[in-house]
Design a protein around this ligand. Structure first.
Ligand SMILES: Nc1ncnc2c1ncn2[C@@H]1O[C@H](COP(=O)(O)OP(=O)(O)OP(=O)(O)O)[C@@H](O)[C@H]1O
Length: 394
C-alpha cells in the first residue's frame, strides 16, 4: 500500500491533490502537512513511498525539506510542485535528488504518471536492497560453508599456493584422497580470482556415463541424438568467463579426454552434432584421487592431457597426515552441523579429541564431519572419551 505525503500550504491545492490520488488508486494512503516543518516531522515519524512537496511554503521551504529528508531517507522520492517563478529552483531540486517536479496547476495525466513512476521506483529500490542484503547473507553462509579450517603446516602451504595462483589463469590439478578437501581448494581458487563474479561450474566426471560426457561438457544441437529435443549449452559454455572444475578427472574415458584436450589446446568447443566452433574463456581446475602417473603408465590417462592440466599441482594431504587439525575441525563442524541439522551444540572433552586423533581416518575430513554429527546426536554433553569409543567403531 503506497504511502504518500503531500506538503502544501494552500488548502485548496492540497485537497485537490489528495482527491486526485485517492480517485486514481484506492490503495494509496495519503497524509497531508500544511507547511515544511510539519512535513519534515511526519517524514521523521513515518515511512513514506513518495513525498509531493510545494516549493514556496512558510516555516521551511520545499528545498530545505528535501535536503533534510534525503539526509535521513536517501531513497525517498520527492515530487516538487513549482509555481510561477520557481522553475529554476525546481530544476535545482532535481540536482539535489528530487525525483521530478510538476508545475502548478498540475497537468492531471503527467502528474499521475509521475506519481506512479516514483512509487514504482521506490518499490524497485526497496526490492533491490532486500535482494542485496539477502545475497550478502547467502554469500556469508556459503563462505562459511566453504571455510578452510586448520593450522597444520601442509594446509598453510596450500593456502600460500592458492593465494599465488588464484588470480592467474594457470590450470591447477588438485591431488588427494577422497574427502580430503580438494573441492574446497577449487572453490577457494575460484573465489579469490577475478573470475569470481562468474560461475564455478563443477563436473563430476566419474558420475556422467561416457556416452553423455561429450554432450554434458560441450553441449549439443537439436536432433544430434535421440533425446536431443533442443539446442543445449554444455558446461564449458556455462562456465564462460568463470571456472570449470573437472572433479574425478582420472575417471574420464579416453575418448572424452581427447575432446577435453582439444578444448584446452584451442580454447574452442563444438557442440555435439554442430559445426560451429564456439570460443570459450574458461579457467580449468581438475582434481582426482587417482595416481595419474600410474594411470598414464597403465594407458588409462593421456600424458598430453596431464601436462596441459598440471601447470600447478596442489597435493591435499590425508587427514592422517595432519591430525593436529582434528580439534580445530571438530570445533568448526559443531556449530555448522548443529545449525543445519537442528541439533544442540556440544563441547568435546580434550580426552574425546585425543581418541579421535588416534583413529585411522580413511574417509578423511568428510568422515570426520560425519562422526561429529553422529556424536552430536548420540553422545552426551560434553561429548566424552567413552562416547567416542562407544559410537565410533573402527
Ligand atoms: N580444511 C577444511 N576445513 C573445513 N572443512 C573441510 C576442510 N577440508 C574439507 N572440508 C570439508 O570436508 C568435506 C569433504 O571435502 P571435499 O568435498 O572438498 O573433499 P574432496 O577431496 O573433493 O572429496 P572427493 O574426492 O570425495 O570428491 C566437505 O564437507 C568439506 O567442506
Amino acid at each position: 500500500m503506497p504511502k504518500i505525503l503531500i506538503i502544501e500550504d494552500e488548502t485548496a491545492i492540497r485537497n485537490v491533490i489528495k482527491n486526485i490520488l485517492l480517485d486514481e488508486d484506492k490503495s494509496y494512503e495519503v497524509e497531508v502537512a500544511e507547511d515544511g516543518e510539519e512535513g519534515l516531522k511526519k517524514i521523521k515519524e513515518m515511512d513514506f513511498d513518495l513525498v509531493i512537496s510545494d516549493i514556496k511554503m512558510p516555516k521551511k521551504d520545499g528545498v530545505q525539506v528535501l535536503t533534510e529528508a534525503l539526509d535521513i531517507h536517501p531513497d525517498l522520492p520527492f515530487l516538487m510542485i513549482s509555481g510561477h517563478g520557481d522553475i529554476e529552483t525546481a530544476v535545482d531540486c532535481i540536482k539535489k535528488g528530487a525525483f521530478d517536479y510538476i508545475s502548478k496547476p498540475p497537468d492531471l495525466n503527467r502528474f499521475l504518471s509521475t506519481v506512479r513512476n516514483a512509487v514504482d521506483k521506490k518499490k524497485l529500490v526497496t526490492k533491490n536492497k532486500e535482494l542485496t542484503s539477502e545475497n550478502k547473507a547467502l554469500k556469508r553462509k556459503v563462505a562459511k560453508q566453504y571455510e578452510m579450517v586448520g593450522q597444520s603446516e601442509s594446509l598453510g602451504t596450500i593456502r600460500e599456493i592458492i593465494d599465488k595462483v588464484a588470480d592467474t589463469d594457470a590450470r591447477v590439478l588438485i591431488l588427494g584422497p577422497n574427502g580430503s578437501g580438494k573441492e574446497l581448494v577449487a572453490h577457494h581458487i575460484h573465489e579469490k580470482s577475478s573470475r569470481n563474479r562468474m560461475p564455478l561450474i563443477e563436473v563430476n566426471c566419474a558420475a556422467i556415463p561416457s556416452e553423455l560426457i561429450e554432450s554434458s561438457l560441450f553441449g549439443h544441437v537439436k536432433g544430434s541424438f535421440t533425446g536431443a529435443h533442443k539446442d543445449s549449452e554444455g558446461k564449458f559454455e556455462l562456465a564462460n568467463g568463470g571456472t570449470i572444475f573437472l572433479d574425478e578427472i582420472g575417471d574420464m574415458s579416453l575418448p572424452a579426454q581427447a575432446k577435453v584436450l582439444r578444448a584446452l589446446q584451442e580454447g574452442k568447443i563444438t557442440r555435439v552434432g554442430g559445426d560451429k566452433e564456439i570460443k570459450v574463456d574458461v579457467r580449468v581446475i581438475a582434481a582426482t584421487n587417482k595416481d595419474l602417473r600410474n594411470e598414464i603408465a597403465e594407458g588409462r590417462f593421456r600424458e598430453d592431457l596431464y601436462h596441459r592440466l598440471a601447470v600447478i599441482v596442489i597435493e591435499v594431504p590425508s587427514l592422517n597426515n595432519r591430525k593436529e587439525d582434528i580439534g580445530i575441525l571438530v570445533k568448526h563442524f559443531v556449530p555448522q552441523i548443529a545449525e543445519s541439522s537442528g541439533l544442540i551444540e556440544k563441547e568435546f572433552s580434550p580426552e574425546a579429541i585425543k581418541v579421535l586423533e588416534d583413529y585411522d581416518w580413511t574417509g578423511n575430513i568428510r568422515e570426520l564431519r560425519n562422526i561429529v554429527e553422529r556424536l552430536l546426536i548420540l553422545g552426551g554433553n560434553p561429548v566424552s572419551k567413552e562416547d567416542v569409543e562407544n559410537f565410533v567403531k573402527k
